[in-house]
Structure formats: C-alpha cells, structure tokens
Design a protein. Structure first.
Length: 612
C-alpha cells in the first residue's frame, strides 16, 4: 500500500515537471550550431520524443544562427526554429514527428460561389480543418474565398487531391447552371429583338376564305412568323419579319382577287427613313408591304454578295428543261439586265399597279428605277515662280620694287590660279551665264585688276492636270496616272533586286446625288512627283501631296476643294569679316545671292449628273 502511494507521488511530480517545462520560457543563442543539435537540446528540456522523417534528415546538418534575448516559451522556440528551416512537426501519440513543410492557397472559383452559394466556402473550410494536423497554420480570407494552409508536405499533397475531387462536380454543376442561364438570357434577348423587327398586319376575311388560305399562309410564314384569326370579328392578324411580307401580301391579295406587283426603286436620299414612313402611312393599301435594303449586292453566277440589314441574300435558281438539263442562260441574262450592283439604298414595294404608278409619279426625283451616272472632273493647277539675283566683285593688284641689289617685293593673290586678293564672284554667274566686267588700272608691273559679275534669273511655270472619271451614283470610282520608278535593294540571301515605286496622280471619289440637285462627294486626291534634282544614288525621292475631303456641290458647278502655297526666300552674303559690313565700301569685300521661290497648288472639282 505504501509503495503504491510513493509511485503515485513520483508520477505526479514527473508530470508537474513536464507541464512546467512546457510553460518554461528561455533565451537562446546558437551560432553555427547544427539544426539536429538544437532540436535535441530543446527536446531534452521539454522531454519530447522526437522522430525525424526520412525526407527531413538532410536538414539535420544545416547550420543555424539564432539569438533570442527576450524570453519565449520552449514550445514557441522549437516551432519557429523548424519553420525557418522549412520544417514542421506532427504530434501523434506523444511523439513529435519532424517532416518537410509546404504551403498552399486554396481558392474556391467565383462561379461556384455565384451559382451555388457561399455555403460551399464554409463546407470546404470544414473539410480542410478536418484533414490537417493539429500543428498546421491556417488563415481564412472570406472576401476572396481563399484559405491559406501550412502543414507537412505529405498532408498537403493528400489535401489537394481531396479538395480537387470535392470541387470537380461543383464546378460542373456551376457551369451547367451558368450555361442554362446564358441560354435563357440569349433567348430572351432574341425574343426582344425579334419583337422589334416583327411587323403586324390586320385584314378582314370570312371564315371560308381563311380556311382556303390557311395552309398556304403557314407555308409562306418565316420561321419567326405567327398568325391569329378571330371568327367573331372576322379579323386575321399576322406577325412576321418585314422582308417576308411581300409574299404574305400577295397571298392576301390573291384571296381577294386583287392583282399586286412588286417594284424595286433606288432611293436618292441620304436619310430615307422619313420617306419610307410617309409611303407606308399615306400611300400603301392594306395589301401592300415595303422592304428597305440599305445596301444590295447580288449573287450571280458565282459572284457572292451581301444585302442590307433588312434584306436577305439573293440567289439565282437555274431552271430545268423537259430533258432534265440545267438552263441558266435565260435566268442569268434576266438578272444581269434587271439588277445593278450599287451601294445606294433600295426599297421594294409590293402593292397594286395603281399604287406603284402613283408612287412613281409622286416621287419621280427620289425613287429611281436605275441610278444616275455621275461625271467627276478634277483640275489640278500647279503654278511655280522663282527669282534669283547674284552680285559679286573680284579685285587685286601687283606691286614690285627693289631696294638695292636684285631683291624684289610683290603684292598679289595667295589663291592658286587667281590674281585677285579679294575674290568674291557672283555665286551663280559662270562662263556663258551672267555678266562679267573686268579692267586693269595703271600698267606694267605695278597694276590694279578689278572684275564685276552679276546675274538675275526669273522663271515661271504652270502645270495643269485634268483627270476625269464617270461612275454610278453611290459607287466609288478611281482614276490614276503616273510612272513606276525602279530602285535597287540588296540582301544577303537574294542579292541585288530591282523593285518599283509608284508615283501617281490619283483621284478617288464616292458621289451621292440628292433630290435638290446637289451632289455629296467624298474625295481623296493624291499627287506624287519624283524629285530627280535631289536624287540619292540615282534614286529620286517622291514629293507627295494629298487631300481628303467631303463636300457638297451643285450639279454642273465647280468648287475649289483645296490649295497649298509654298513660299521660300533666302539672302546669302559671303565676305571678309568686318570689312563687308562697311556701308557702301563693304561691296568691295563681299558677294550676295538672293533667291525667292513660290509654289501654289489649286484643286478644282466639277461634278455633273448624266441624265439619259
């Protein structure tokens, strides 16, 4: 009985020492000690049972340098030393297992939170907490739906696979919901857009007439079309896209035995919306319809094109003969004769012949069966004038004298080939070009030579370019004329090659006629002129002048769309420093060259409608 009591007391004392050791605070200084030695020392103080994982053993020989002067708990020091060396520990059944540490930031995809709710973040956090070690570090970032974890490398590797397996079906579910929502929104948007484009038409017909045309009506409706018939009011209401209503109008007119035709016109107006509303509200009958195409390009015999926003692609269908062969000649010929490819807006009206005739008469200058042709003539006038004046003087003397014996002294020019001391001839004057006057004073050996030179050059030139082009109303036209200048290029792979650079006079115009007789033109004019006077290695630079403008002009009038004025003046003087500045007498010690150049470019445009 007494032995048992002593054993209990000793056990209690040991446990109390262990608890005290756990709470013990120490200061530490290690300089170049091995990590394994430091861990052993700390484990002895706290009576820890330590095992090194095989992957962490190479770290035992790492030298560490630690200086903790403010007391910390032994447990804190133990943990921080391992952390700074990329290690951590896991406590299992009283044993501290040291292993390599790793860290990771888990982030829940936003689309999962968006479509499945914030509870997903909480559930993933619970899964993580249940599968990490007791000594792991964990930080939560709810704003970004992220979770930071630092734990052993093995545990984190397993945790990544677990979370990935957990998230995979959630991602698929979120994508499925997102796709369904996007499809629903797309359908709603299509329905809204379609409702804006659908046209409503009402007509009164008897039940017998409705039954007669119902099957044909269903066949002629577009994919977006629908109808409703009320037997009490005897009203048939049809909704369909505008482009399909010519067929519907013909069907309704057929049941009423009313003849309708379709006629297409080119619209001579920049803003045809008001015109179309006027025609629809004040001219069309209840069997009429109107289709507007902002731009039409016809597909004929393999030529592909597009139509305006409200139109559809037009194709030619080859007819079949009795023998089964294809006959496209007549169809192609009729299409080419009836269609003109143009960017003018076009309106196709389906109604009775009387309504079509009235519209042609009322809007004779606006609705055209075929577009006008327009002649565009440009005049490019370039005027150049230059003035050049050059004055100069040359003078010097010769003097010889002897002072005893045979020695002679001479005053003359030091310039080779010249007898002039002050040699300032007119810069531009030369033999056969300019005036020169020379004379000598005195004579014999001692003399004074003087030569005066002068030149004045005045020149004027005028260049006229007159390009002219004809195009269809609304279609761009271009005309160009010029030369191709060869130049050489050298490369290591291909040697010396000769290439060509174009120097063109080019006129590009897009005209549009208006009912008031005006013509709106978008004009781009470019003039490239090679400058052989400043050629480099025989290859001249190209002087480019261009104008881009949009103007309005009356039919047959002439307007100036641009002009460029270049003016250059220079005054150059060469002389003896100081002496050439003396009033009047300074002309004995200098020459002078004055140059004035003026260039003016004017561009005139004359548009004219060609009436047939």
């Amino acid at each position: 009985m007494r032995k048992n009591i002593v054993g209990v007391i000793l056990t209690a004392l040991l446990l109390s020492n262990f608890v005290l050791a756990e709470k013990l605070k120490i200061t530490v200084e290690f300089y170049g000690a091995k990590l394994g030695t430091v861990v052993d020392a700390l484990s002895k103080i706290t009576n820890k049972n330590v095992i090194w994982d095989t992957s962490s053993i190479p770290k035992k020989d790492t030298k560490i340098y630690v200086s903790i002067r403010k007391p910390l708990s032994v447990e804190r020091v133990f943990k921080e030393v391992l952390k700074e060396n990329g290690l951590t520990y896991i406590k299992e059944k009283g044993i501290y297992k040291i292993s390599l540490a790793d860290e990771y930031l888990f982030t829940v995809p936003r689309e999962v939170i968006q479509y499945l709710g914030r509870d997903i973040y909480s559930s993933i956090l619970d899964v993580i907490k249940r599968n990490i070690s007791q000594t792991a570090e964990i930080r939560e970032y709810p704003d970004t739906y992220s979770i930071y974890i630092r734990d052993s490398k093995d545990i984190l590797s397993k945790l990544k696979k677990l979370i990935e397996t957990y998230l995979e079906p959630l991602k698929k579910e979120a994508q499925k919901i997102a796709k369904a929502k996007e499809e629903k929104e797309r359908k709603l948007l299509m329905e809204r857009e379609l409702s804006k484009k659908l046209v409503k038409k009402e007509i009164e017909i008897s039940p017998e007439e409705f039954k007669e045309i119902e099957d044909s009506l269903i066949e002629n409706l577009s994919d977006f079309g629908k109808y409703k018939y009320d037997q009490n009011t005897k009203k048939l209401i049809i909704w369909d896209i505008r482009a399909n209503f010519p067929k519907i109008s013909k069907l309704l007119a057929k049941i009423k035995k009313i003849r309708v035709i379709t006629k297409c016109f080119y619209v001579r107006s920049l803003e045809p919306t008001e015109l179309l509303i006027n025609i629809k509200e004040n001219y069309l009958s209840k069997y009429g319809s109107l289709v507007f195409k902002s731009k039409e390009v016809t597909q004929v015999a393999g030529l592909t094109g597009t139509t305006g926003a409200t139109g559809t692609n037009a194709t030619t269908t080859p007819s079949r003969t009795a023998t089964g062969t294809t006959n496209t000649t007549n169809t192609l010929s009729s299409v080419l004769n009836s269609q003109i490819i143009t960017s003018l807006p076009k309106v196709c009206i389906t109604d009775s012949p009387s309504v079509i005739k009235r519209l042609k008469e009322e809007f004779i200058g606006v609705l055209l069966e075929r577009p006008y042709q327009i002649s565009i003539e440009a005049r490019i006038v370039q005027i150049e004038s230059n003035f050049k004046r050059s004055l100069g003087i040359q003078w010097g003397g010769t003097y010889q004298n002897a002072f005893g014996g045979t020695t002679q002294y001479q005053i003359s020019s030091g310039f080779a080939g010249s007898n002039f001391i002050f040699d300032f001839p007119a810069p531009e004057a030369a033999v056969g070009n300019g005036m020169a006057l020379g004379f000598a004073l005195f004579g014999g050996i001692n003399r004074l030579d003087i030569a005066l030179t002068a030149l004045e050059d005045i020149g004027k030139s005028k260049v006229l370019s007159r390009p002219k082009v004809i195009t269809i109303d609304g279609e761009p036209a271009q005309i160009s004329q010029g030369v191709e200048i060869p130049y050489q290029s050298t490369s290591a792979n291909f040697g010396t090659n000769v290439q060509f650079k174009q120097a063109l006079l080019s006129l590009n115009v897009v005209p549009r006629t208006l009912p008031d007789g005006n013509i709106v033109m978008t004009i781009t004019l470019t003039q490239d002129v090679p400058d052989f006077g400043n050629a480099v290695l025989g290859q001249p630079p190209i002087n480019t002048k261009s104008i881009t403008s949009k103007v309005v002009a009356k039919d047959g009038s002439t307007i100036v769309i641009g002009g460029i004025l270049e003016k250059r003046e220079s005054d150059n003087t060469k002389g003896v420093p100081g002496l050439h500045r003396i009033p009047l007498l300074g002309w004995l010690f200098k020459n002078n060259l004055k140059v004035k150049n003026e260039r003016e470019l004017l561009i005139f445009i004359s548009p004219k409608i060609i009436y047939e």
